[in-house]
Design a protein around this ligand. Structure first.
Ligand SMILES: [Zn+2]
Length: 128
């Protein structure tokens, strides 16, 4: 996969997260997944200069990039675990509502990176 910015180098940075879309035109406010794929060079440059390309900045205070592994998935509940050096030490596992989790990521054993905020975690866990 090529970097979506320069279209020349292979993308090595894969960002996945959720973006809240505002209510309007008959639709409720909802969260939709987004994905970005950049080469390391573009990512370094973009995240310094343009908040639109930096989901961590765009997501607001407390936002952080975590790598997650899906531990288990049942019809109502998905259990994910932060892994890797950036893992969140405050919690071992996160149980999230399946209805608030994109089905394409609800696969046991799947690993992906995701931008989260404390507020978003509460939303996923059904505490909001
Ligand atoms: Zn690039």
């Amino acid at each position: 996969m090529l970097c979506e910015n320069c279209q020349k180098s292979f993308a090595t940075v894969h960002l996945r997260g959720w973006r809240r879309t505002p209510a309007g035109s008959g639709e409720e406010e909802r969260e939709v997944p987004f994905e970005h794929h950049f080469c390391g060079e573009c990512y370094e440059g973009l995240k310094k200069t343009n908040p639109l390309f930096n989901p961590m900045l765009a997501a607001g205070p407390g936002a952080r990039l975590v790598k997650l592994r899906v531990i288990s998935a049942s019809p109502g509940r998905i259990v994910v675990k932060p892994i890797g050096p950036q893992s969140d030490a405050t919690q071992d596992e996160w149980g999230v509502l399946a209805s608030r989790f994109p089905p394409k990521y609800s696969v046991p054993g799947m690993e992906f990176e995701m931008v989260v905020t404390d507020a978003h975690l509460k939303y996923l866990q059904g505490q909001e």
